[in-house]
Design a protein around this ligand. Structure first.
Ligand SMILES: NC(=O)c1ccc[n+]([C@@H]2O[C@H](COP(=O)([O-])OP(=O)(O)OC[C@H]3O[C@@H](n4cnc5c(N)ncnc54)[C@H](OP(=O)(O)O)[C@@H]3O)[C@@H](O)[C@H]2O)c1
Length: 284
């Protein structure tokens, strides 16, 4: 990818979006979030994107409040599905490459080994996953110059996330129950942003990619993730394993959702990435 390439980042104020803006700082970047565009408004998407004429459109915008998607299904469909269709159509009109971010939650959560890029074991257990799966299909049905990048369990400096929740609960409580029968791959948004840059720089074939930090096979549980957060943050909160059934939330979570990456160079191990995140966070 040429440094002069004109890149549009949507959802630029989100957790991933802010790190992508930093990682892609050398390019001709335009960063939009809600004040600049509502991606669920077809007219705006068409007009603003065609006026700008980017060569690459990166869609990091999404309705990501997993529990709220259960009660705001129309909104979830508008942002996570219909808007993706509008973006794909606009990209097609101007011949731009589209990079769209999706999730491990599109899968059925039953495969203990995890899911490769071309797995067809779909069957989301919650409506967020359903709306994101529909978004994937809308993109693929409309246009073929896409990189569909699935990722999972994101944390980064710029938004609420599991690590931040654990740290604030850890300061208040001596003991904490955390789910030990749901498995996935935690991913630092800085590492994900670098993987996206790699995809673009390497002119890889269009298609589906899985980008996460590495874990042991099959992923780790939220309990293991929490234990490591407290250990690295030097908090002596005791973590007690519990089941998903004991910790019910409005949206069900998949039991197994590890994404297997067979196409990209491996990213670093999740523990190393988490350590860097916590070290930086403590300095800030
Ligand atoms: N977070 C995770 O654990 C996770 C896991 C797997 C995959 N993903 C995927 O990764 C991508 C990035 O996630 P993230 O956690 O970085 O998201 P995020 O922090 O929630 O950021 C999303 C951004 O998009 C904006 N946005 C939402 N609706 C919009 C609209 N209609 N028009 C314009 N902007 C809009 C949001 O603004 P408001 O805040 O004002 O709504 C927010 O700034 C998403 O596609 C998500 O589905 C996330």
């Amino acid at each position: 990818m040429d440094k002069k390439s004109k890149i549009l980042i949507l959802g630029a104020k989100g957790m991933l979006g802010q790190d992508l803006v930093k990682v892609l700082a050398d390019f001709d970047l335009t960063s939009w979030d809600r004040p600049e565009i509502d991606i669920a408004d077809e007219y705006q998407v068409n007009k603003k994107i065609i006026d700008l004429m980017p060569q690459i459109i990166m869609n990091c915008a999404a309705y990501t409040a997993v529990d709220d998607c259960e009660t705001h299904k129309d909104l979830a469909l508008r942002i996570n599905n219909q808007a993706v269709g509008y973006l794909a159509l606009a990209a097609k009109k101007i011949g731009a490459i589209i990079v769209h971010i999706s999730t491990d939650y599109v899968f059925n959560g039953k495969n203990e080994n995890g899911y490769v890029e071309d797995s067809q074991e779909f069957g989301p257990v919650n409506f967020y996953g359903e709306s994101k799966l529909l978004g994937e299909k809308s993109l693929q049905n409309i246009y073929d110059k896409y990189y569909l990048v699935r990722t999972s369990w994101l944390y980064g400096q710029n938004n609420k996330n599991f690590v931040e929740t654990m740290l604030s609960l850890g300061k208040e409580k001596k003991e904490l129950s955390v789910v030990n029968d749901q498995f996935g791959k935690p991913t630092y948004t800085v590492d994900l942003a670098k993987q996206i840059l790699y995809i673009l720089n390497s002119n890889l074939p269009f298609g589906i990619y899985h980008a996460t930090n590495e874990t042991k096979e099959g992923g780790i549980s939220w309990f293991e993730f929490a234990q490591k957060i407290f250990e690295l943050a030097k908090l002596d909160t005791k973590v007690i394993p519990c089941t998903g059934q004991e910790f019910l939330r409005p949206a069900e979570r998949p039991a197994y959702s590890a994404l297997i990456n067979t196409k990209l160079p491996k990213t670093r191990d999740w523990q190393e990435a988490l350590k860097e995140y916590l070290d930086l966070r403590i300095k800030i």
